[in-house]
Design a protein around this ligand. Structure first.
Ligand code: SF4
Length: 445
């Protein structure tokens, strides 16, 4: 008796990728065989996103397209779009089951189990906040969710409506989860959350983010740890010191166990470089605070990568205010930007604001900042020429079979000649040149 097949499509952020992996391991435990999403399957799962109008539209189109692959199949839609506006998905004839975010950890209640009982060793261990994962399929590095939800209320953001109040995974469960992935051979762990900096604030007596990071860096078999996005107000001197001490620059004395594991990489949402706009966005800092934070970090570690999120076209943003943002970004030692075009989301304060910026203007502003981001990434990469850097070898490059693609601890892509058995390992490279933000190097070790 053939096992039923299931396919999972993930839209949106790293959190969704982690939760899709949780769903994958639950379905395998229920006896499903996971197949690519383009294949004919008995069950399709779409893990949706609602952060922009486009992601919501993409999800609706995907629902209709998916059912055409196998009209007899079951289509389950979950994720933030299903959480915030389930009725819009329920109206689509193609969808059979629409469940919210919390229900994702209990798929067995919504999908029919396979007739044949699965081998029991497939049952994932459960944490307080849901099943643990053993890998992130298709990825060399693994995301680990340590926090979810947000207690802030930025004017443009729908996430608190989709993910609820901030809540943290107990530190003990995080350590168990990390050990599980490390035991599975994962070379790098990326800590993720909706609002990572709020880690521990909801759990009296449990560690805060610095405490969690210190505890993880003490795990003997953990090779590399990376922090994902952290809000400016939550980057403490303690955290800056840990990253500065734990930077995996080769001078670091690797004989000091527990140190030298933390990547020299910060991702710090800025959102705007204009104080009036930051105020309208209800962001809890101004440009002088942001500048002093960036300069303080760069002072501790010049080769650390600093990336920033920026939103263009927020309601009321004038050409002069956008120019302030452009000039502010140019003046900062940033390594790259993630540029987002403002998108009015239902239920947010900004969606009700006057002076919505025309789409074409938002597009032009987006292009301007993306060009700056490319220049900054190229300049940052050029500074690495002649240095030795540590990389995780991830896969073959598209170009050739003996060229490997890797990622440095300070978040640069690198291409290096090497053999396939290096994929998934950590190596040291000598950077020989850089081109358009991409490094080229030779293996040292
Ligand atoms: S943008 Fe603001 S409201 Fe949205 S998740 Fe981040 S901190 Fe929370």
């Amino acid at each position: 008796m053939a096992r039923p097949t299931a396919a999972i499509k993930t839209l949106g952020c790293k959190l969704n990728q982690f939760e899709s992996q949780q769903m994958r391991e639950q379905l395998e435990a229920l006896g499903y065989c996971i197949v690519p999403f383009e294949a004919v399957a008995d069950l399709y799962v779409i893990n949706s996103c609602t952060v922009t109008t486009r992601t919501a539209r993409d999800c609706r189109q995907l629902c209709r397209r998916t059912k055409r692959l196998n009209p007899e199949s079951l289509l389950l839609v979950t994720g933030c779009y299903a959480q915030v506006t389930p009725e819009q998905l329920e109206q689509i004839a193609a969808t059979d089951i629409v469940i919210g975010n919390a229900a994702r950890g209990r798929l067995a209640q919504f999908v029919p189990p396979a007739d044949t009982a699965p081998p029991t060793d497939l049952l994932p261990p459960y944490a307080e906040t849901g099943p643990m994962i053993r890998a992130i399929s298709g990825h060399t590095r693994a995301f680990v969710k340590v926090q979810e939800g947000c207690d802030a209320h930025c004017a443009y953001c729908i996430i608190p409506l989709a993910r609820g109040a901030s809540r943290s995974v107990p530190a003990g469960d995080v350590i168990k989860q990390v050990n599980l992935l490390v035991a599975a051979g994962c070379p790098e762990i990326v800590l993720i959350g909706t609002h990572l900096g709020q880690y521990g604030a909801d759990r009296d007596g449990d560690a805060d983010l610095s405490g969690l990071v210190r505890a993880l860096c003490e795990l003997p078999d953990l090779l590399r740890l990376r922090l994902s996005s952290i809000e400016p107000r939550e980057i403490t001197d303690g955290l800056i010191e840990i990253v500065a001490a734990g930077g995996r620059c080769l001078e670091a004395d690797s004989s000091r166990p527990g140190r030298g594991k933390l990547c020299r990489h910060w991702h710090i949402p800025m959102q705007s470089g204009c104080d009036e706009i930051l105020q309208c966005m209800n962001r809890p800092y101004d440009t002088s605070f942001y500048r002093s934070l960036i300069e303080r970090i760069k002072l501790t570690q010049p080769d650390t990568a600093i990336g920033a999120d920026v939103i263009v076209g927020f309601p009321g943003e004038t050409d002069e205010q956008f120019e302030q943002t452009r000039a502010f970004i140019e003046s900062l030692p940033l390594s790259y930007l993630h540029v987002f075009t403002y998108s009015a989301r239902p239920g947010t304060t900004a969606a009700r604001m006057p002076d919505q910026v025309p789409g074409q203007v938002r597009k032009e502003r987006n292009h301007i900042l993306r060009a700056i981001s490319e220049r900054k990434r190229a300049a940052f990469a050029n500074n690495m020429v002649g240095k030795q850097l540590e990389v995780v070898i991830e896969q073959f490059t598209e170009a050739s079979d003996n060229e490997l693609s890797a990622i440095t601890d300070n978040y640069l892509r690198a291409e290096v000649a090497g053999s396939p058995e290096l994929i998934g390992s950590i190596a040291k490279i000598q950077v020989t040149n850089a081109h358009g933000g991409m490094l080229h190097g030779e293996l040292v070790e």
